[in-house]
Design a protein around this ligand. Structure first.
Ligand code: 6PG
Length: 254
């Protein structure tokens, strides 16, 4: 998967420089989306990497400049735990971003982790399908944040699964162990992700440097590297790395 026109990569000297540039990019895409369509469809990720970005987006500079009351929040994946659990992706974003910016309740489209995985996936698929019908096209996300695990998973698209990721559902139930986190999960599918204008991968830390190099350089192999499932049609993929995560890429000149 070599870098082509619809992909770009930047390496930042620190995690806070990365968060700063990510926030600037989000503001610029939100501003564009507002003038184009009057709302901003923003997909959040879980994991620890985006926490600093969420705090920054909730700080006065972005609280005042971002069109928060016209921003629709979605999630790329969720762990099947109640929303007030420390393991809930929604719970994390609610505390750091959704509540501080006073997001409108009706614009917060969360995956219901308190349901069984199958129920939560069906509920989210139905919600996205309804939103799609209202807009008379698939839910087109303006900006999607994604992380990546050391094993190359993204959202809850995990390696080695014999799942048919290419079905028509917008969300599916998944079971996968990673880093002691809850194994029952719900994830958006490639069909949903690939109807996005911008996908922004945020990856930090030296533990991920080898995987970053492999997913960017290896032949396409979505079973081994689920990141390869992310190929937005008519959209862009942007990688933001800190120096530690970008170390191998830099020395290898992808
Ligand atoms: C989740 C995430 C997941 C995450 C990666 C990276 O629900 O766990 O959405 O895909 O982004 O596991 O996690 P870290 O940022 O904590 O390394």
């Amino acid at each position: 998967m070599s870098m082509s026109d619809d992909k770009s990569l930047r390496i930042f000297e620190s995690k806070s420089a990365l968060a700063q540039s990510a926030a600037e990019l989000i503001l610029s895409e939100a501003t564009d989306a507002m003038s184009r369509q009057g709302y901003f469809n923003f997909v959040l990720s879980g994991g620890s990497t985006p926490e600093e970005l969420y705090r920054l987006l909730a700080s006065p500079a972005y609280r005042e400049t971002m069109p928060w009351d016209r921003t629709h929040f979605f999630w790329g994946d969720e762990r099947c735990v109640p929303p007030d659990s420390v393991n809930s992706n929604f719970g994390q974003a609610r505390k750091l971003l959704i509540e501080p910016v006073n997001a409108r309740k009706q614009n917060v489209h969360r995956i219901k982790g308190e349901l069984t995985p199958l129920e939560a996936a069906a509920d989210y698929s139905a919600r996205l399908a309804r939103l799609a019908r209202e807009k008379s096209r698939g839910p087109r996300f303006d900006l999607v944040l994604l992380g990546m695990g050391e094993d190359g998973h993204t959202a809850s698209l995990f390696p080695g699964k014999s799942m048919n990721w290419y079905g028509k559902e917008y969300a599916v139930a998944v079971e996968a162990d990673y880093d002691g986190r809850p194994a029952n999960r719900v994830t958006l599918t490639p069909v949903a992700f690939n109807n996005s204008r911008n996908i922004l991968f945020l990856v930090t830390g030296s533990m991920k440097a080898e995987t970053v190099l492999a997913v960017l350089k290896d032949e396409e192999d979505p079973v081994r590297w689920p990141v390869h499932l992310i190929k937005p049609v008519g959209g862009k993929v942007i990688w933001f790395l800190d120096e530690a995560a970008g170390d191998r890429v830099k020395s290898d000149q992808v």
